[in-house]
Design a protein. Structure first.
Length: 185
């Protein structure tokens, strides 16, 4: 069983980012479990003064969940031309301790979404950059930008949109394959 931890960069329950993460869970192969992490709202902003022997419980829980996962899926909206602060904060906590954080060497995939035609490509680029610096390994075929979301889904869940479901299926498959390659290395 391949365990994928999905971190959603929007805290809104019905956000398109959350729906895309749910789509990943719905389309994953039988041997892949995609779990949406529910505690990002409780993780304080990264502060090195807090990151010592008494790490805040919410940050420790995030680190534990990422460490236990075989791979990580990040799903982000684009806020003001970049990734959301919620997701960036999660990456910051997961990057520590430097060189040994929970993302270090871990296969990662990134999905960005926006109602614009730009498809949140800036958020995607910034998230991929941040993850790479944090030690994660964005896998080949592990990036997807979804644009024009307001009109694209027509009130349906993204898992009902054939093109989007197919793209996310391929992304999860690439992430799963990367975990197998890492395990066999």
């Amino acid at each position: 069983m391949t365990r994928v931890l999905a971190l959603v960069g929007s805290l809104r329950e019905g956000s398109v980012s959350r729906l895309l993460a749910e789509t990943a869970a719905a389309v994953a192969a039988e041997n892949v479990e995609v779990t949406l992490y529910g505690g990002l709202a409780d993780v304080p902003f990264y502060n090195e003064d807090l990151d010592g022997e008494a790490v805040p419980a919410a940050a420790a829980a995030l680190r534990d969940a990422a460490a236990e996962a075989d791979a990580v899926l990040l799903v982000t909206p684009e806020y003001n031309g970049t990734t959301s602060a919620v997701l960036k904060n999660a990456v910051d906590w997961l990057s520590r301790p430097y060189g040994a954080g929970a993302l270090n060497g871990k296969p990662v995939a990134v999905v960005s979404q926006s109602p614009s035609q730009n498809a949140a490509k800036w958020a995607l680029e910034d998230t991929v950059k941040s993850v790479g610096i944090a030690g994660g390994r964005v896998v080949e075929g592990g990036s997807l930008s979804v644009g024009e979301t307001f009109g694209k889904f027509g009130g349906e869940h993204p898992k009902e949109h054939a093109e989007t479901a197919q793209q996310i299926t391929a992304l999860v498959a690439a992430l799963t394959e990367a975990t197998k390659e890492l395990a066999n290395a």
